[in-house]
Design a protein around this ligand. Structure first.
Ligand code: PGA
Length: 259
């Protein structure tokens, strides 16, 4: 039972899947399968940017919508990039920053994440920063140092109001898309460590209020054990969120622990 006052956030990361043509059917299946939406659970969809307006319309205020990435500049000659203000104008309220696929495949650095967080905040978007270690780093016992380094380099120096708009997602890279999930007790330990670090970087009250989601092969059958941990405030779901019934099952399970 999550006894904290923090909201439970259940978020779908659709990555580079789906088109606008899939959105209507997905949402009608999803909401048909969701018995009731509990006040304690916030739902968020992170579709590819071109689908943001379609998802905003289809969820009709029952969920929030976010972008998967933004550039740190407001605008400019950056072919193929997207500005945080553009996402906001399309209807996004949040944006993911530093997802491990972007760090690994696009070479995104902590310094860039720091600038993206500022750009997002300035554009009125709430950033969700992703952090996580590789299997090699975990096996070498360096997971805490790696994650805390990513965190401190990306979120240092924000104002109190800005910290209040930030969420974190701990996503061990070895658990993403692999079917391997962190044991709930290990995930809890990392989340508590992250929360302690936020207390030192920002303040204890900011840390106590900050949502820290877990991501990495969250499925209907493991969601309760994960989000039931005291410092795990929700889930960032990739693969399972592509299927409306699976994502509804995860949201329903989370609602039980949040209530
Ligand atoms: P997964 O992805 O649920 O498919 O492991 C999670 C994520 O990458 O956000």
């Amino acid at each position: 039972m999550n006894a904290s006052k923090r909201p439970m956030i259940i978020a779908a990361n659709w990555k580079m899947y789906k088109t606008a043509a899939d959105v209507g059917l997905y949402m009608s299946s999803f909401y048909d399968a969701l018995p009731e939406q509990r006040a304690g659970v916030r739902l968020v969809f992170f579709p590819a940017a071109v689908m943001i307006p379609d998802v905003v319309q289809a969820v009709a205020k029952r969920a929030q919508v976010g972008g998967q990435n933004c550039h740190w500049e407001t605008e400019g000659a950056y072919t193929g990039e997207i500005g945080a203000g553009m996402l906001a104008a399309a209807g996004a309220e949040l944006v993911l920053v530093g997802h491990s696929e972007r760090r690994q495949l696009c070479g995104e650095t902590d310094a860039q994440c720091a600038k993206k967080i500022v750009a997002a905040l300035n554009a009125g978007l709430d950033p969700m920063l992703c952090v996580g270690e590789t299997l090699e780093e975990r096996e070498a016992g360096r997971q805490h140092a790696i994650v805390l380094g990513q965190l401190s380099r990306a979120i240092d120096g924000l104002s109190r109001d800005e910290y209040a708009r930030l969420a974190l997602a701990y996503e061990p890279i070895w658990a993403i898309g692999t079917g391997r999930t962190a044991a709930p007790v290990d995930a809890q330990q990392m989340h508590a460590t992250i929360r302690d670090a936020v207390a030192s970087i920002a303040s204890p009250s900011i840390a106590a209020a900050m949502p820290i989601l877990y991501g990495g092969s969250v499925k209907p059958n493991n969601a309760v054990d994960l989000v039931g941990q005291p410092d795990i405030d929700g889930a960032l779901v990739g693969g399972a969120s592509l299927f409306p019934l699976n994502f509804a099952a995860i949201a329903t399970a989370a609602a039980r622990t949040a209530s």
